[in-house]
Design a binder for this molecule. Structure first.
Ligand SMILES: NC(=O)C1=CN([C@@H]2O[C@H](COP(=O)(O)OP(=O)(O)OC[C@H]3O[C@@H](n4cnc5c(N)ncnc54)[C@H](OP(=O)(O)O)[C@@H]3O)[C@@H](O)[C@H]2O)C=CC1
Ligand SMILES: O=C(O)C1=N[C@H](C(=O)O)C[C@H](O)C1
Length: 242
């Protein structure tokens, strides 16, 4: 039975992962949180899952690399520097990074890309996400993934197209942009809508997560899939066969 080590084990996702692992025939070898040495669990587990905080990523990747263990990174709020660290680690170990491990978001990404490509430049694209009051990063990792999918469909990049800071007299909407808006409140697990709007009509594609178990299932499936893979950077699409 494959054993999993969890970084961020006492958090909301860490606990959800420990709860679903036995259903998927995986064993939890243990976990590590802010006060623990990440090397200890890296030595004991077959594969690692990180749902902690961006500031911990470098140490977690280093521990995984030193122990030669694959790692699934679900932590969001990552900077370009964090992505460079992941690319570097992926030279020596298998690393799968994703802002969303659910089944539905994988499909939504493909639908958004296709819709953006088919609808063309006369359709404005806006992304709205809502999460619980404890979430610390914005826009969500998933909103950024959906933004990248929309940008790819439009033939551009999210860095070129994104607008995240509308306040005051910002002027009329610029064509070819993608707006991202973040709502925070209560216990919302994770809602994402991509709105395509043109003169007189609107299409909305929405995913709502009701339970963290969906993310936990996806994370454990990804970990089981990653165990034994050669060094490299992998995506959730590969796990889901997309
Ligand atoms: N990819 C996906 O599908 C999903 C991603 N996420 C992302 O996962 C991350 C965690 O979310 P969530 O479980 O809700 O958050 P929580 O705040 O509930 O849990 C975070 C955990 O990480 C630990 N942690 C914080 N800093 C460090 C550190 N420096 N070293 C080691 N551990 C640390 C915390 O430990 P302590 O309390 O001791 O500080 C805590 O146990 C977020 O980035 C979130 O956006 C969430 C859901 C789905
Ligand atoms: O912090 C969360 O809770 C979530 N984070 C991920 C994100 O930033 O997209 C995924 C999910 O929506 C829940």
């Amino acid at each position: 039975m494959t054993s999993i080590g969890i970084y961020g084990s006492l958090g909301r996702m860490g606990q959800a992962i420990a709860a679903v692992a036995p259903e998927l025939n995986a064993k939890v070898a243990g976990g590590a949180d802010a006060q623990d040495d990440p090397a200890t669990i890296a030595a004991r587990a077959d594969v690692l899952i990180d749902f902690s905080a961006p500031q911990a990523l470098e140490a977690h990747l280093a521990a995984a690399r030193a122990a030669g263990k694959p790692i699934v990174v679900g932590t969001t709020g990552l900077s370009p520097q964090h992505h460079a660290l992941i690319d570097e680690a992926a030279k020596d170990i298998a690393v799968l990074q994703t802002g969303n491990t659910s089944l539905g978001i994988g499909l939504l990404q493909r639908l958004v890309r296709e819709a953006a490509a088919q609808l063309g430049p006369d359709w404005d694209i806006e992304i709205v996400e809502m999460h619980h009051r404890h979430k610390v990063d914005a826009p969500s990792g998933t909103a950024l993934m959906l933004g990248k999918a929309a940008a790819a469909g439009m033939g551009t990049t999210l860095a070129e197209a994104e607008v995240t800071d509308r306040a005051g007299t910002v002027g009329a909407r610029a064509s070819g942009t993608i707006g991202l808006a973040s709502l925070r409140g209560g216990s919302v697990v994770g809602d994402h809508s991509v709105v395509f709007a043109t003169q007189g009509e609107r299409i909305e594609l929405t995913h709502r997560a009701d339970d963290r178990a969906i993310f936990a299932h996806g994370a454990v499936k990804a970990a089981l899939w990653l165990a034994g893979k050669p060094a490299g950077r992998y995506s959730m699409d590969q796990v889901l066969g997309g």
